[in-house]
Ligand binder design. Structure first.
Ligand code: FA5
Length: 347
């Protein structure tokens, strides 16, 4: 009997490492230690033994049982660890992704040049202490026009050909200047913020005009802010953007929401000022509109114009991007043409 017991134990020891899963282990355990298992079958023969042999056999059988239980525990733990490792290996994060993806014949994505320039602008403004605000594309006529000192009958409404909704009250914003009004609704002076975003105009398209393009609005309100402050600020901003002194010119410009108003042009960087299709042969490109915020606009924002003043500007991001990357037609930016976008893919 004892010999049989040792044989069963030997067989158990020899086969336990081959058990590879928890369900198999449950079966294995039942085969040896279950009611109808091999150990119990041997125990059944105990009744034929002498008292001494019974004692000896019983003692050894208990030891064997305990050794088997311990071995089953150890093996079960190993099986569970193997399963966890297998799962981890399956879900491993492949940090060589960009290389791998080209191995697969696919192309890694990059940032669109408009996105890169917008993010760069945001970084510059954040470093100057500006907040970044957002405003809706679908706007009501109050925020796009009326609160900006452009009443219903004002001819300035025709300066920007508007996409109106059928209700006659909502429109696709024609400029980011709606963010001036939205900003004043949530901020108390002094403040300075910018708001980049898409704007829409029913335009005739050409090398420098798109129907959906991007602007960045800026507004700074405080005490005793003057035109020289604004000019200094815009010059600093442009040299930050282009990392070089660039030629700019300021000329009077009419926008009902500023007084006085200006337009700032930069020398066309595509032709070096000689004249091309982007600058319409004049050598200068309109970069932005700006001016001192009109008292009526401050009033619509609940701000007392006798105490506070400031400047605002609206800059064309598409044209800035064109100058920056020497892109000779604004329509390339929105074409979705991969041959164009791939030139900006960042690796
Ligand atoms: C405006 O939209 C004013 N809201 C700007 C402003 C803000 C003035 C605050 C004063 C104070 P304008 O229509 O000029 O102004 O457009 C501003 C800039 O957007 C232009 O200088 C130009 O760079 C760009 N832009 C205008 N129209 C287009 C177009 N169709 N396609 C691409 N860029 C355009």
């Amino acid at each position: 009997m004892l010999q049989k017991l040792e044989e069963v134990k030997k067989e158990f020891d020899a086969s336990i490492d081959a058990v590879g899963s928890m369900p198999d282990m449950a079966q294995f355990k039942a085969d040896y230690l279950g009611k109808k298992g091999k150990l119990n079958a041997l125990m059944g023969g105990m009744r034929d033994l002498s008292d001494d042999d019974k004692k000896n056999f019983g003692a050894r059988a208990n030891e064997v049982k305990q050794e088997m239980l311990d071995a089953i525990d150890r093996r079960s733990q190993a099986i569970e660890i193997d399963a966890i490792n297998e799962k981890l290996a399956e879900n491993r994060m492949d940090i060589s992704w960009t290389n791998k993806i080209s191995d697969l014949g696919q192309q890694a994505a990059g940032l669109h040049p408009l996105t890169s320039v917008t993010r760069e602008l945001e970084d510059i403004f954040l470093s100057m202490g500006f907040d970044i605000l957002d405003g809706p594309h679908i706007e009501d006529e109050y925020h796009n026009f009326e609160a900006l000192n452009i009443p219903e009958s004002h001819p300035a409404r025709d300066m920007q050909d508007t996409f109106w909704f059928k209700d006659g009250e909502h429109l696709l914003r024609t400029h980011t200047s709606n963010i001036q009004i939205r900003g004043m609704e949530v901020k108390k002076p002094p403040f300075k913020f910018v708001g980049p975003g898409k704007v829409f105009r029913c335009e005739t398209l050409d090398a420098s005009h798109e129907a959906a393009f991007h602007q960045l609005e800026g507004m700074m309100v405080g005490e005793d802010i003057s035109v020289p402050h604004m000019i200094h600020f815009l010059r600093t901003l442009l040299s930050e953007i282009f990392k070089a002194e660039i030629k700019v010119r300021l000329r009077p410009g009419f926008f009902p929401f500023v007084e006085p108003g200006f337009e700032l042009d930069y020398e066309c960087m595509l032709c070096g000022g000689k004249g091309c299709s982007v600058c319409k042969q004049v050598g200068w490109v309109e970069a932005l509109g700006c001016g001192m915020v009109h008292p009526n606009v401050l009033r619509s924002g609940g701000i007392d114009p006798d105490k506070w003043n400031g400047f605002a500007f609206g800059m064309g991001i598409d044209r800035l991007t064109m100058m920056r990357y020497h892109i000779d037609d604004v329509r390339h930016l929105h074409s979705g043409n991969l041959q164009f976008s791939e030139q900006f893919r960042a690796y």
